[in-house]
Design a protein around this ligand. Structure first.
Ligand code: NCD
Length: 305
């Protein structure tokens, strides 16, 4: 089934049917990845534009394109790009549309992805727009939840940390909220609570959620999704320093618990390394799922799945 849109800027575009269709394609992509690759996208070019720091997401997109037999052109670092000279995002998109068959872009400004998609002549994928959205991370998180827990309906998820500026939790909330009987526990300091754009979605859809500052009483569900306090979004550095160590998940918190630990990475101190050896720790498996999910999306948006 082709996706009913050309560009992917937000998880709010996706229906449950779209998400299920992507998950179905990931099954084939997992087999392709195990074999080392295919030539499905031979002759196609991905432009990978990262105007904000990234290791994982950029390498994940580029790996996905290479494994599908396509090739990659790349630009990173705002200071090395024409955007720094003052070129608009719109002009950059018009230019890059002449080079590539599909574009993935990360940019520090919320809303930059919508501006890019409004003019891109080839499919455009938002790889993170400031504190806005990060739809491909949410899709790979959905794949991870499904693989780890064997279901999406009925998931009980605890999201912890910087829920205000963390774009991954925004995107994931809109997607997981498409499934039945999902419940959210939102753990954050008062200053970093989930924004209204997400809680109003929960309210409209009648999705159950609770907000608390206490992590230890919230570790009884299927998933605990830890996030980094997003240093780069704070105007006041002392405010970041005050909040940066709000939550630290340690192995002893998980004793006797069958809860899956996820994290979009990079991790700072919010998950102690003693958690890594536990079967609960899914964050490095999540990275491999990222390649699989992006392979599925590249193929689908290019009409080749
Ligand atoms: C996340 C991001 O960029 O939003 N990282 C990622 O894409 N894997 C999370 C983060 O930076 O904290």
């Amino acid at each position: 089934m082709p996706l009913p849109f050309k560009h992917l800027t937000s998880t709010k575009q996706l229906s449950r049917e779209d998400m299920d269709a992507i998950l179905a394609v990931t099954k084939d992509m997992e087999i392709v990845l195990e074999k080392g690759g295919t030539d499905l996208l031979e002759g196609k070019v991905l432009a990978s534009l990262f105007y904000e720091p990234s290791t994982r997401t950029r390498l994940s997109f580029e790996t996905a394109m290479h494994r599908l037999g396509g090739s990659v052109i790349t630009a990173d670092g705002l200071q090395f790009s024409s955007l720094y000279k003052g070129e608009t995002i719109e002009d950059t998109m018009m230019v890059v549309s002449q080079y590539a068959d599909i574009i993935a872009m990360r940019h520090p400004e919320q809303g930059s992805a919508d501006r890019a998609a409004s003019v891109a002549e080839v499919p455009f994928i938002n790889a993170g727009d400031g504190p806005g959205q990060h739809p491909t991370q949410a899709i790979l998180d959905m794949l991870t939840i499904f693989k780890e827990r064997g279901k999406l309906d009925g998931i009980k998820i605890t999201m912890v940390g910087d829920l205000m500026y963390g774009r991954t939790v925004h995107s994931l909330s809109f997607l997981l909220g498409l499934y039945n009987d999902v419940t959210f526990t939102l753990v954050s300091p008062e200053e970093l609570k989930m924004p209204e754009k997400v809680t109003s979605f929960f309210d409209e859809k009648g999705i159950a959620y609770t907000e608390t500052e206490n992590i230890e009483e919230a570790l009884d569900g299927d998933i605990v999704y830890m996030t980094r306090i997003q240093q780069e979004r704070f105007a006041d550095k002392s405010e970041y320093d005050r909040l940066k160590n709000s939550y630290v998940l340690e192995a002893h918190h998980l004793t006797g618990k069958d809860i899956t630990v996820m994290h979009p990475l990079p991790r700072l101190k919010e998950i102690s390394t003693d958690v890594d050896r536990l079967p609960n720790a899914a964050y490095f498996r999540e990275v491999r799922n990222g390649v699989i999910a992006r392979m599925a999306l590249l193929a689908m948006l290019l009409g080749k799945a």
